[in-house]
Design a protein. Structure first.
Length: 180
């Protein structure tokens, strides 16, 4: 007996977003490794935490697809972007990735509305709120980096910024922790 409650199109789009979340996780992981290699332990820790958060988003979507009786399709994840050239470049890339992720979420919300798939529409509202938090966090961190001097920041300013990430992890709370 067929128990699938998702359209073929919705299933395909949810699987596409699942892959985007996995890709985002890989980017955070790669950038975290770069930050660690550059000696920025606080920033690396922040990025590693966000890699886990993105993986949790992926699992949330995967579980939803399964709960609705549809098939999960695990696709290859594209390689993350090349290592950043600076802390500012790192967080600019992160912000752009979050904006791209938001577009995918909005596409799913629109599709669920058009299909009158209210269960998926409701499910996606958590992600809408989450992406609002993710973008705001990325922008606030970019602002801090620019205040520290951006691409021309001194070693001392970058050291202080990194130490702040390490000593005050709650200043950069995971959006997931704010989204209830």
């Amino acid at each position: 007996m067929e128990h699938n409650r998702l359209s073929k199109n919705m299933t395909a789009e949810l699987n596409r977003q699942l892959t985007k979340e996995a890709s985002a996780s890989q980017t955070y992981l790669s950038f975290g490794a770069w930050a660690s290699n550059e000696g920025y332990a606080g920033i690396a820790n922040f990025l590693f935490s966000h890699a886990n958060e993105e993986r949790n988003h992926m699992m949330k979507i995967l579980n939803y697809i399964l709960q609705r009786g549809a098939k999960v399709k695990i696709e290859a994840v594209p390689a993350p972007p090349k290592h950043p050239t600076s802390i500012q470049h790192c967080f600019e890339e992160i912000f752009n990735q979050e904006v791209d992720n938001t577009k995918g979420i909005y596409k799913l919300v629109k599709l669920s509305f058009e299909e009158e798939d209210w269960a998926t529409w409701h499910f996606m509202q958590w992600f809408v709120k989450e992406q609002t938090e993710e973008e705001a966090l990325a922008l606030s961190l970019l602002d801090k980096i620019k205040i520290a001097g951006g691409v021309n920041a001194s070693e001392e300013a970058l050291f202080t910024l990194d130490r702040d990430f390490l000593n005050n992890p709650h200043d950069a709370v995971l959006a997931e922790d704010k989204t209830t």
